[in-house]
Design a protein around this ligand. Structure first.
Ligand SMILES: Nc1ncnc2c1ncn2[C@@H]1O[C@H](COP(=O)(O)OP(=O)(O)O)[C@@H](O)[C@H]1O
Ligand SMILES: [Mg+2]
Length: 261
């Protein structure tokens, strides 16, 4: 059953067609990956899914509900959360505080609520803290809970960012290059971690350049090139697709990785 159904989305920036008539689906409980060369439009797809940009055309439905036109905070309420290609944590805040921020965005305070510490706000914070502690425990970072994020190894910081996306009641987690900048052992851990997200019931849409990781954990892969779908298929199909291999020729030896993966 499809959780996310994206049909014919397009987005131009001036003369650049960043995304062009792209359609795809993500089934409930699956890990689906979007791969493609730099500039293919992958991050723009995430920006469209999270309401940072509005598509020029097309529809984005989650559990049958249209998401186009919703604001980023409304999308979080509807169950879509993301991480960014470049880590966005508050390095001076603790692990707990960073994860709690993901929950805060779900709670509505009036201006007065935020000026005066009201009962509602205190309750909200207690709830956020409970939920954040639960998630941090689940991802195995309880021993770092009061540590400032800047003191953590990069691989752990990436997990904290994912925890922040998990803390709200999300259905769909969007991960933009979670293995970028990780060393091989951290990458292997990240791969296990994403598979655990699936076991915990999350649906994952992944953008990633590490082909070994993508081939290992994806249920389905879409290949983008020049804003459009070049191919879609199971990992084994994508790996042996001549068009895909062609699109990657000269792109830093990814072809070799595709074949060996
Ligand atoms: N805000 C923007 N303004 C102008 N051009 C953009 C913007 N965002 C993305 N683009 C352009 O859209 C294309 C796709 O970019 P992006 O989605 O970041 O690709 P990818 O994530 O696959 O590397 C690129 O040509 C990029 O320069
Ligand atoms: Mg990108």
């Amino acid at each position: 059953m499809s959780l996310l159904t994206v049909e014919h989305i397009s987005k131009s920036f001036g003369g650049i067609k960043a995304v062009s008539d792209f359609s795809f689906q993500v089934g409930k409980g699956q890990i689906v990956s979007i791969i493609g060369p730099n500039g293919a439009g992958k991050t723009t797809v995430f920006n469209l899914l999270t309401g940072i940009y509005r598509p020029d055309t097309g529809s984005i439905r989650l559990d049958g509900e249209e998401l186009v036109g919703l604001k980023p905070y409304q999308l979080i309420e509807n169950g879509v959360a993301r991480t960014f290609q470049n880590l966005r944590l508050f390095s001076e805040l603790t692990v707990l505080e960073n994860v709690m921020i993901g929950y805060q965005s779900r709670i509505h305070y009036s201006l007065w609520d935020s000026l005066l510490v009201t009962k509602k706000k205190r309750q909200g914070e207690a709830q956020a803290e409970d939920r954040a502690r639960e998630i941090i425990e689940r991802i195995g970072l309880s021993h770092q809970i009061d540590n400032d994020c800047k003191n953590l190894p990069y691989g752990m910081q990436k997990k904290v960012e994912i925890a922040r996306a998990m803390v709200s009641e999300v259905k769909l987690v969007l991960l933009d290059e979670p293995a970028a900048g990780l060393n091989p052992s951290e990458t292997a851990e990240m791969s296990d971690f994403i598979q655990r997200l699936k076991e915990w019931g999350y649906t994952v849409l992944l953008i990633e350049h590490d082909m070994n990781l993508v081939m290992k954990i994806s249920d389905y892969i879409y290949v983008m090139n020049y804003g459009a779908e070049l191919a879609g298929g199971l990992p084994a199909e994508i790996r042996s697709n001549p068009q895909v291999i062609e699109a990657y020729i000269g792109k830093g030896g990814v072809q070799r990785v595709l074949k060996s993966g």
